[in-house]
Design a protein around this ligand. Structure first.
Ligand SMILES: Cc1cc2nc3c(=O)[nH]c(=O)nc-3n(C[C@H](O)[C@H](O)[C@H](O)COP(=O)(O)OP(=O)(O)OC[C@H]3O[C@@H](n4cnc5c(N)ncnc54)[C@H](O)[C@@H]3O)c2cc1C
Length: 204
């Protein structure tokens, strides 16, 4: 829970550190589903060096073009995207986490680390690492520290692909949403007339 000048704020808040494919994917899911979401990024994503031919459903796209679309998409869902504001520290606080930048301290109930292959913040938070010296997570991307998630390049020694990073971010966000709502959560868009159009394909 965070506090504002209006008093306690009960909606869970999410801070994502890193705005590459992993971080923006996480932010897309949390913001789209009603969680207040802030992303801090320094625009050093490897995507600026990439041209994707292996992202399913997209024939070919430049990495920077992909990022421009992704940024637009999360902005449309209300993500507070703080570009060029590096996070200098993340610490456990009384009720959640304190995220530090040169501009101030921000409170969050959940933190999603998505800083590429840089694992410094995870190490400072005392997250467990594997024998291969990557952040230790399961399929829900939660670290050994409750409420802290690690996604993308930092959780794998070398298997670095944009599609995998995007999946990691989505998995972290869905786990947070399931925790917040107290039951497994699916982000399935079902338009009002879906049953008429798709019939039993979407029937419960
Ligand atoms: C030359 C090259 C070509 C590639 N080609 C392909 C390809 O063809 N297909 C493919 O699938 N993948 C490709 N990749 C891999 C792909 O780019 C990565 O898998 C992907 O970018 C990883 O995403 P990520 O979100 O984990 O990390 P990143 O994309 O690295 O994003 C991390 C972000 O975190 C930010 N950040 C770091 N520390 C902080 C901090 N303290 N505070 C705030 N922000 C911070 C960085 O500025 C960066 O924007 C390529 C990579 C390279 C280097």
């Amino acid at each position: 829970m965070s506090t504002t000048e209006d008093g306690p704020q009960t909606d869970p808040t999410v801070i994502v550190v890193g705005g590459g494919p992993a971080g923006l994917s996480a932010a897309l899911f949390t913001a789209k589903n009603g969680l207040e979401t802030t992303v801090f990024d320094t625009d050093a994503t490897w995507m600026h060096k990439a041209h994707l031919f292996n992202y399913l459903g997209i024939g070919s796209v430049g990495g920077s073009e992909f990022m421009a679309t992704a940024r637009h998409q999360v902005d449309d869902f209300g993500v507070d995207r703080r570009q060029d504001e590096p996070v200098t520290a993340v610490e456990e606080a009384d009720d959640g986490f304190a995220v530090e930048t040169d501009d101030g301290t921000y409170e969050a109930d959940y933190v999603i680390l998505a800083t590429g292959a840089n694992r410094d913040l995870a190490a400072a938070l005392d997250c467990a690492f594997t024998d291969e010296e990557v952040v230790d997570v399961g399929v829900d991307m939660e670290t050994s520290v409750d409420g802290v998630y690690a996604t993308g390049a930092m959780v794998r020694p070398e298997e670095w692909q944009a599609a995998i990073a995007v999946g990691d971010g989505a998995a972290a966000a869905l786990n947070i949403l399931s925790t917040v709502r107290g039951e497994y959560y699916h982000d399935f868009d079902v338009p009002d007339d879906a049953t008429r159009v798709f019939g039993e394909l979407i029937a419960e």
